[in-house]
Design a protein. Structure first.
Length: 132
């Protein structure tokens, strides 16, 4: 069975949340990892074993560290929200007896990609959800 969704339906919002939060979660996890590499590089490049920094170097290391921690928190929040949206989609799948859902989902601009309409297929297999 195929089910079409209409603008702003509860299912459409859940699919949109799932896609958005998955992208945001990946973005923050990657950014956090990049910042950790930068932080470690700064520690090594600025002083090596001596552990002496000038004010500018110390500030750069500190601000990179703070940004890394902020990204870690954003990633955690996005991952928790994504997991919640995934749970809702799994509930929808159970309610619809794992039917496939075809939908046109409007997505806002995320991580530099422009706002767009995405044609998606939501399918279920043994309680797991897949979006293509």
């Amino acid at each position: 069975p195929m089910i079409n969704t209409y603008n702003n339906s509860g299912i459409e919002k859940t699919i949109r949340d799932y896609i958005e939060l998955q992208e945001i979660s990946r973005h923050y996890a990657k950014k956090r990892n990049d910042l950790e590499k930068e932080y470690n590089k700064l520690l090594t490049n600025f002083s090596g074993e001596e552990k002496n920094y000038n004010l500018e170097q110390a500030d750069k290391i500190y601000s990179t560290y703070c940004e890394m921690i902020a990204c870690e928190e954003q990633s955690r929040i996005a991952t928790e929200s994504f997991t919640e949206a995934e749970g809702k989609l799994k509930d929808i799948g159970r309610i619809l007896y794992e039917a496939t859902i075809h939908a046109e989902i409007s997505l806002p601009a995320i991580n530099g990609t422009p706002a767009r309409i995405k044609s998606v297929m939501v399918s279920y297999n043994n309680g797991q959800v897949f979006i293509r």
